[in-house]
Design a protein around this ligand. Structure first.
Ligand code: HEM
Ligand code: HEM
Length: 182
């Protein structure tokens, strides 16, 4: 009995990594929703400022959770998939996870950089406080923001592909890929 439950649990990502994955999923959805919803709110309004500032802190939370995840991935690897996938599928999954991890680090860093060179800083919602800028170069801030927005658009597709692959494994794959993350 003990052996069975040990085998079952060791074939999944650790509890912390599973929680971190689903929390990140929620935070990324909210980061996208908050920034996209700003266009429905009046320019200069308190509500618009609040959703934009919420966007900053959702993104900062993503970065803080991702750093230990990357460390754990390099230390522990990934739990085995049964039946074992071929070399091409392993390479595809590895490339996809690398792209997702790069996005989860680079996207918030670009966002933070945008604000820290803009002369405006990173405002904290509902408080009037802000982490101050280190310089005020509007042109540089606009350039970094441009890359941040482009990457945000590209990753709609990459995240979509990741979700589609996971759902395919769950419903059609006849393997334990999804169960390892539940
Ligand atoms: C996972 C994290 C993040 C995601 C997925 C993300 C995504 C996005 C997207 C898609 C846009 C463009 C929206 C549009 O074109 O309408 C955007 C804009 C922006 N983001 Fe992020 N972002 C993240 C983190 C951050 C962080 C940590 C900061 C700063 C602390 C930040 C600051 C900004 C700024 C300043 C803009 C431009 C806002 C404006 O034009 O009013 N982002 N972000
Ligand atoms: C409905 C939404 C999602 C589902 C069903 C899902 C499913 C999964 C599954 C099954 C795995 C394990 C894959 C494997 O080991 O072969 C995984 C891993 C991963 N997912 Fe997702 N995912 C979702 C959303 C997201 C989002 C939004 C992100 C980030 C933008 C993301 C980032 C990652 C990363 C970085 C890994 C590697 C985990 C690690 O090594 O700790 N996922 N996902």
């Amino acid at each position: 009995m003990t052996t069975i439950s040990f085998a079952a649990s060791s074939a999944r990502y650790s509890a912390w990594r599973r929680r971190a994955h689903w929390l990140t999923f929620a935070l990324v959805v909210l980061a996208y929703l908050s920034i996209e919803s700003r266009s429905f709110l009046e320019r200069g309004s308190a509500a618009r400022m609040a959703v934009v500032q919420l966007h900053y802190w959702l993104g900062i939370a993503v970065l803080l959770i991702t750093l230990p995840r990357v460390l754990l991935r390099t230390r522990e690897g990934t739990p085995p998939v049964t039946p074992p996938p071929g070399a091409a599928a392993r390479l595809a999954a590895w490339t996809m996870h690398l792209a997702l991890f790069i996005f989860l680090v680079v996207q918030p860093v670009l966002g933070i950089a945008t604000r820290l060179v803009s002369g405006r800083g990173i405002g904290v919602p509902f408080t009037g406080w802000a982490i101050p800028s280190v310089m005020a170069d509007r042109a540089l801030a606009k350039a970094i923001e441009g890359v941040h927005e482009q990457l945000g658009t590209v990753f709609y597709a990459v995240i979509g592909l990741h979700i589609a692959a996971a759902l395919w494994h769950w419903f059609k794959g006849r393997d334990n890929v999804m169960q390892r993350m539940l």
